[in-house]
Design a protein around this ligand. Structure first.
Ligand code: WTA
Length: 648
């Protein structure tokens, strides 16, 4: 398994890093043996209004299930991200905003300025009637106002729910309604890779399905968009009457901070709910240790704020640590394939964090695009969102990092709030493709999926976490039963991640990918059930089954088997129409790569679709389909094989 070189910790990193091999071992042990003292210590990285005295109070035991951290402490996360930095760092840069096109003026925002912007916008929200605990939907592009909006919510105790600005009006409407949010923050248009995204028009369409009191709209591209009288307010007009004084709301550590919808293996996306204290400690601690962050350094996480990576590692983690965080509106290949590395040079970025899909897309364009830039400022590189294949890892390490910069391959999830398994540059020798070792307080284990017993040593299994950590989600918004059902019933008493993993003889964890019905397209989670339900909404579709397929750049692509209603012609035009249909229903990230018409799907006699067979066909691994004798009609498999695009 080790054909790729192992990179030992360099002497400089061992000597200078915030965490080295020895301190990692000590802190890890302390975090498990005496969590209360360990986490009381880590909690001191925040300013509390009332210090917590109760630290960990959590159990995954089905008879006594509860998760609470720092439960008698109070704090405000916006104040931790802003107010407490003003004395020492008011003039330091909080956010560098780099626009979609390099010729558009950038924006440099100091902590002083960000504080004022947040307070004014917080007052605007209050004036609109937003109160502590109310939900606020944010559907904004990657502009500083997105961070302002998040922090303004946190400041007044409102719960933000960010919907990725690439989602369709339907997907947006569903997320607005699910959490009953009365207010939506948006922009006239988004801009990515030179293309305009009609955000306000999407909000208007969503408002036909969801009940919304107020839409606050930021003028970004200056497009001429209609405003609805009595509902829509210009961002500028909303803040105009307000001053920059807005005392932060005193929040209990367990008060909700945000909701973020994410795909699961069944049903519609669920609202992952994070609370204030534990999440803040987790985001701040992991950002500092994993990126070895020191104030003054320019740090860049290229993720969109529409995903959890943008929440924890563009906004909350870095700003809690007083960092300079770079916010990038654009894409890696516009105006050309050097864009990322030119931005690194322009601002002397020291930490850079992106997803393997972006690296694979850039890697195939050739090394010249990278090599014509300096990148000397880079110290450490990060990867997130999907397993990084060793080829992409080596390219990242050797070409982008010139063999100088350690790579943090960070495994985590929307549900976990922040990094869970990752190498630490000063502590762990790097193995390309290995997520490596647990963060403090994280107790990973592998279980045998057939009977759930824990398997030890060098082996493979389903990845579970044995005990709570501060950054853990607390519930599915509005459906606590679903939270328990989804994560704690498969292997009772343990948190099930949905991922498979391997542990090697040195104890390194290697994530092998999802083992449930979630597919990971370009590092974005997609539930097969969501794509299926979009397909069957089409009048020509009787039934659909969706599985993942290997894809060179995206990691996984979407493969849909579709049975049309009787009398429909399975034409090329219909195939194209269905692809467009799913794009429109969910958003471009859900675009199917393959639509195969299937007169019948492989079902058991009880009517359950045997996805195992469909996966094998999608993977073109049809040599051994396993036992198909339990199928109601084994004949359908021959048809599926004959008509698969792989067979042509
Ligand atoms: C996958 C993104 C391998 C995994 C932060 C997980 C990874 C899902 C890695 C969560 C990694 C994330 N190596 N797989 N370093 N990071 N994943 O909720 O399957 O969007 O369960 O959170 O992405 O995706 P989510």
């Amino acid at each position: 398994m080790h054909e790729h070189a192992i990179h030992p910790v360099s002497p400089e990193w061992a000597a200078n890093a915030k965490i080295n091999a020895e301190s990692y071992a000590l802190k890890y042990r302390a975090s498990i043996d005496d969590p209360d003292s360990f986490w009381l210590g880590e909690a001191q990285r925040l300013d509390w209004m009332r210090q917590p005295t109760k630290i960990k109070n959590a159990s995954f035991d089905p008879d006594n299930f509860h998760i609470r951290w720092f439960e008698d402490g109070t704090l405000n996360l916006a104040a931790n991200c802003l107010d407490r930095h003003l004395d020492k760092r008011g003039q330091d840069v909080a956010i560098i905003w780099e626009p979609d096109h390099p010729d558009t003026p950038n924006r440099i925002i100091t902590y002083d300025q960000l504080y004022k912007d947040v307070c004014r916008f917080a007052n605007a929200l209050k004036a609109d009637g937003v109160k502590k605990g109310d939900r606020v939907t944010i559907y904004l592009p990657m502009v500083p106002e997105a961070a302002v909006a998040m922090l303004a919510c946190a400041r007044i105790g409102a719960v933000h729910s960010i919907v990725f600005a690439g989602f369709s009006p339907d997907a947006l409407a569903q997320r607005i309604s699910d959490c009953d949010s009365q207010i939506v923050l948006t922009a006239d248009e988004g801009l990515r890779g030179g293309k305009k995204v009609p955000l306000k028009a999407n909000v208007d369409a969503a408002c036909e399905k969801a009940k919304v009191r107020t839409v606050i709209m930021l003028r970004h591209t200056g497009a001429d968009v209609p405003m609805v009288e009595g509902r829509d307010v210009d961002w500028h007009d909303a803040i105009e009457p307000h001053n920059a004084e807005c005392p932060p709301e005193e929040m209990n550590a367990e008060d909700p901070l945000f909701i973020l919808y994410t795909s699961g293996s069944t049903g519609q996306p669920k609202g992952v709910l994070h609370t204030t204290g534990g999440y803040a400690v987790w985001a701040s601690m992991t950002h500092e240790y994993v990126f070895d962050y020191r104030p003054g350094e320019v740090y860049w996480c290229a993720a969109d704020i529409g995903w959890v990576t943008g929440h924890s590692y563009v906004v909350y983690g870095p700003l809690a640590n007083g960092a300079t965080t770079l916010m990038f509106e654009g894409v890696p290949n516009y105006p050309d394939f050097s864009r990322f590395w030119q931005v690194v040079d322009k601002y002397k970025v020291e930490q850079f964090y992106t997803a393997p899909t972006a690296l694979r897309a850039l890697m195939r364009e050739g090394d010249e695009w990278v090599q014509k830039t300096s990148r000397k400022s880079l110290r450490i590189l990060g990867s997130v969102g999907e397993p990084i294949n060793p080829e992409a890892w080596d390219w990242y390490y050797n070409v982008v990092g010139d063999g100088r910069c350690p790579i943090a391959d960070t495994w985590w999830q929307t549900e976990t709030g922040g990094h869970m398994i990752t190498p630490l540059a000063g502590a762990h020798a790097l193995k390309p493709g290995a997520a490596s070792f647990p963060m403090f307080g994280v107790q990973p284990a592998l279980v045998d999926p057939t009977d759930g017993h824990i398997v030890e040593g060098a082996t493979e299994g389903a990845l579970v976490i044995l005990d709570s950590w501060p950054g853990q989600m607390r519930t599915v918004y509005g459906d606590h039963e679903r939270f328990i059902q989804t994560y704690f019933t498969q292997y009772p008493g343990k948190y099930f991640t949905g991922d498979g993993a391997r542990r090697d003889e040195d104890g390194y964890y290697w994530i092998t990918g999802r083992i449930d019905d979630v597919i990971n397209v370009s590092g974005h989670r997609m539930g097969t059930a969501e794509v299926e339900s979009a397909l069957v909404e089409h009048h020509s579709v009787a039934e659909a089954a969706v599985v993942g397929m290997p894809h060179d750049v995206k990691g996984q692509g979407i493969y849909a088997f579709v049975t049309t209603v009787a009398g429909t012609e399975d034409s090329e035009d219909l195939r194209k129409e269905l692809v467009q249909w799913v794009r429109k229903e969910i958003g471009p990230i859900a675009t199917p790569d393959v639509v195969q018409f299937a007169p019948g799907l492989p079902k058991t006699r009880s009517g359950k679709i045997m996805r195992r067979i469909l996966r094998k066909i999608a993977e073109n691994d049809t040599g051994n389909l396993g036992d198909i004798s339990t199928l109601a009609d084994p004949g359908v498999v021959d048809d599926l094989l004959a008509n698969s695009p792989h067979a042509k």
